[in-house]
Design a protein around this ligand. Structure first.
Ligand code: HAM
Length: 428
């Protein structure tokens, strides 16, 4: 009986070479842009103590309550596959004594995140973030720094049809008053909101504002907005930020319904949306989280950051047929051979080329010369090296220029140097 073929888990996918180049391109752009702006790379484990996210992201959030992958390891520790990166970076910041370093500290990171949601277009159970965190400064200029970096990365990737959505959801001083006001309003229209929102209203009424259910839209439309309830500090912070955005001429939309799905946010929240139809429209999001570091056991320290959903950006690039640069690292020469002795010589020649930093590919299987030349053509290499039976015997190599078709015979010991010379002069 044929054995059942094991499939990848639902909501995950293999990123095959054709798609991989999109991911590589996005990471390369985001990495370079972040380093140029003074950010350093940080990497934290994919598994963390589950309580980090329960405390950090919030026990009652969908991400922790419904979507977090938790498990007991063989020692009985309750671990989670990270659903996001901010809580992990903060844990690392506190744990590694970075609280004593001059501020602000600026980090970036990228890698897989895990959320057990219902898989659909743009929503995966394993997906990829490029994230940025600025720790240690409460001034709105840092909110701008995060937003403008996010905007620049998206623009440099080639995205055009995007918009920056922003809002302020206040702080522990002004938010309780707003929550009370919102709750009273929701109670009046209680019958008109979905079951999920009735539950949300009890735990975190702000979450009702970004419910996508049709039955809730009327209620949401008429709801009081956070911006009208901000305390002076939050109000001034937001006003200054908007002035900076105007200065940079980054177009933004004030979105009173933007509240974000993680509990740690204070003051500014923002998302970057695509205007194109289909799938999920939020390509990334972030905000200020001035209370999180203290909540996780550190000294009270303000911070702000964002994460881009890399999978969604890849989907968009592909759907909109946005050209990305070809990968630069590929073979420079193809090594072809005929006969058993030539095959051995060919293996050694490829090794010597690789050791000298020359990209070389070859076909060591039994194939005729014409098939091998077809492969070389397909790869688009400028040079093919041929070792036939005669060359193997004479200890020579034929250098074939693939564009002109010219062939020259070279002594074997001079070939690597000659190839390097030709490739260098071609690159000048
Ligand atoms: P988030 O909004 O939960 O924020 O995630 C950021 C982005 O990840 C989303 O805008 C979306 O593009 C993408 N994303 C989220 N869930 C999925 C999924 N299931 N499949 C595919 N893409 C997804 C955060 O995680 C915060 N840590 C951002 C942040 C950093 N705030 C401050 N610093």
């Amino acid at each position: 009986m044929a054995k059942k073929i094991i499939q990848n888990p639902r909501g995950t996918r293999d990123i095959l070479p054709e798609e991989q180049r999109y991911f590589d391109f996005i990471y390369a752009v985001a990495d370079a842009e972040s380093r140029r702006s003074g950010f350093d790379k940080i990497e934290t484990p994919i598994i963390e103590d589950a309580s980090l996210f329960e405390r950090g992201v919030g026990k009652d959030t969908d991400i922790v309550e419904k979507e977090m992958y938790t498990f007991k390891d063989k020692s009985g520790n309750v671990l989670a596959l990270r659903p996001e990166g901010t809580a992990s970076v903060v844990r690392s910041y506190i744990q590694n004594g970075m609280q004593n370093l001059p501020k602000p500290l600026k980090f970036f990171y990228y890698g897989p995140m895990f959320r057990y949601g219902r898989p659909q277009a743009g929503r995966y159970r394993q997906f990829y973030h490029f994230g940025v965190e600025i720790i240690g400064d409460k001034k709105p200029i840092n909110d701008l720094l995060a937003m403008s970096l996010m905007w620049r990365i998206c623009s440099n990737i080639g995205l055009t049809d995007i918009s920056l959505q922003i809002n302020s959801i206040g702080c522990p001083n002004c938010r309780p008053k707003y929550k009370k006001q919102l709750l009273e309003y929701i109670k009046e229209s209680n019958k008109n909101i979905c079951k999920d929102c009735q539950r949300r209203a009890k735990k975190n009424p702000l979450r009702v504002l970004d419910c996508k259910e049709a039955s809730c839209q009327n209620t949401i439309e008429g709801a009081p907005v956070t911006l009208n309830s901000l305390c002076k500090d939050c109000h001034d912070h937001f006003r200054e930020l908007l002035e900076y955005l105007d200065e940079l001429e980054i177009g933004y939309e004030l979105n009173p319904k933007l509240v974000r799905g993680l509990d740690y946010y204070t003051k500014t929240v923002f998302e970057i949306w695509t205007k194109s139809d289909g799938g999920q429209n939020s390509l990334g999001g972030g905000g200020r989280y001035d209370g999180l570091i203290e909540l996780l056991g550190g000294k009270p320290t303000p911070a702000v950051g964002f994460s881009l959903g890399v999978d969604r950006i890849v989907d968009l690039l592909k759907n909109q047929k946005i050209e990305i640069p070809a990968t630069s690292e590929k073979a420079d020469v193809f090594v072809a051979q005929l006969g058993d002795v030539a095959k051995k010589k060919c293996i050694r020649l490829m090794h010597d080329l690789h050791m000298e930093g020359v990209g070389a590919e070859g076909c060591i299987e039994k194939k005729g010369i014409s098939d091998q030349l077809k492969m070389a053509n397909k790869l688009g290499v400028p040079i093919t090296l041929l070792i036939g039976q005669k060359e193997a015997f004479d200890n020579t190599v034929i250098i074939k220029d693939m564009q002109s078709g010219n062939q020259e015979i070279y002594p074997r010991e001079k070939v690597v140097r000659e190839i390097k010379k030709r490739l260098n002069s071609a690159g000048d």
